[in-house]
Ligand binder design. Structure first.
Ligand SMILES: [Zn+2]
Length: 75
C-alpha cells in the first residue's frame, strides 16, 4: 500500500476503509500495449466518492510500461 492508502485505512472506520478500497479497485486504467487493466488501488492511489473519467498517466502493473489513459469504472 502507498502512504496515502495506509493513512486512510488507519483513520477510517473498518467498513469505510473497506468501501474505499473496493471503490478504488473498481476504477481501472486500461493499458493499450498489453490490454491489462490496472486498478487505481494497485497503482497506490485512492479514488473514492468521485465521478467523471479523468485522464491519468500511470504504470501498468502487468507489462510495466507507462500509459496515459482514461480512468473508467470497472463495475
Ligand atoms: Zn501493460
Amino acid at each position: 500500500m502507498s502512504r496515502t492508502q495506509r493513512f486512510l485505512v488507519k483513520v477510517l472506520p473498518g467498513s469505510m476503509a473497506a468501501g474505499m478500497e473496493a471503490e478504488s479497485r473498481s476504477w481501472v486504467l486500461h493499458c493499450e500495449p498489453c490490454g491489462h487493466d490496472t486498478s487505481v488501488w494497485d497503482m497506490g492511489g485512492v479514488r473514492w466518492k468521485a465521478a467523471g473519467n479523468p485522464r491519468r498517466r500511470a504504470r501498468c502493473s502487468n507489462c510495466g510500461s507507462w500509459t496515459v489513459g482514461t480512468l473508467r469504472r470497472n463495475a
